[in-house]
Every structure is written in C-alpha cells, then in structure tokens.
Unconditional design. Structure first.
Length: 74
C-alpha cells in the first residue's frame, strides 16, 4: 500500500526556513526541498503499489528524492 505524508508533518519538524538557511536556498538541496512535490508526484507512482495488500510504505516522493540525492552524490 502506498504511503502518504501527513498534512501535519510540518508541525512536528523544524521550520523550513532554518533548514534552508543551513543548506542554502540556491543549492541543489534547496531546489529539491522547494520542488520535490512538483517533480516527484505520488500519483505518478501509484500504479506500482497494491491498493489493498501489505503495510503502508514510505511515500514515493520521499523515496525518489533520497534516490536522486544518492545518485547525484550531493
């Protein structure tokens, strides 16, 4: 089953401004942080997941973002 990010996730994490100040807004990390949801949409990966069997996965946009960072070796 495909996982989804909770709309309340920003409430429990550090503010995005603090993270972007640390990594920089004009870096690849900053670009990915701002545009991850537009570049890697969960709906694009929905056909790869079973809708009624298994436990909930990590959201696809998170997985693809990590794979992208690993491949780019940023």
């Amino acid at each position: 089953m495909m996982g989804h990010r909770s709309p309340q996730d920003p409430l429990f994490g550090p503010p995005a401004a603090i993270i972007l100040d640390h990594v920089g807004c004009d870096t690849s990390y900053g670009y990915l942080a701002h545009n991850r949801h537009h570049l890697f949409r969960d709906a694009d990966f929905a056909p790869l997941y079973c809708s009624n069997n298994g436990r909930t996965s990590v959201p696809p946009n998170v997985v693809v973002s990590i794979l992208f960072l690993r491949a780019a070796r940023l």
